[in-house]
Design a protein. Sequence first.
Length: 167
Amino acid sequence: MWKRIGLVILIAGILIFSVESLLAQPPMDSVRKEGMRERIETLRLWKMIEVLDLTPEQSDKFLPLLHRFQQKQRELETAGKQLLGDLEEELNSTEPSEKKIEDILLKLKKNREAQENERNNFLTSSREILTTIQEAKLIWFEHKFEKELRDTIRKFRMGPGRHFEEG
């Protein structure tokens, strides 16, 4: 048990330093962004496994479910980014078409609904695998991890000696 925790901590530490060094570098091309995204997803997975403390049987069922959910979310996010690009292009055209903009907005709404449906389906399916406490830990973990990630990115973007001013 302690070896597993030590291994998770070691890998998490390595990944955190990798993410920190990537964030400290100049703007990235798509290859570097994808590499950073993969490292963050690996870190997320390791921390999630540590928090949930899955049995081997649960891992065998939960991890493929999680992988399918993440893959579908990535596909929907990519489609959403493409739609936002289309929207920006149309808005920046010399004569934006209200019809085209309405179509794009409808597609964006459907994309967000599909993302939410995928998340709800994932949580519903995970209830068949996880205990109630593990399910609660999963929801709390997702919230906490996203907040910490946003905070870390914001700190690195601000750079040393700069402060975030709210208001």
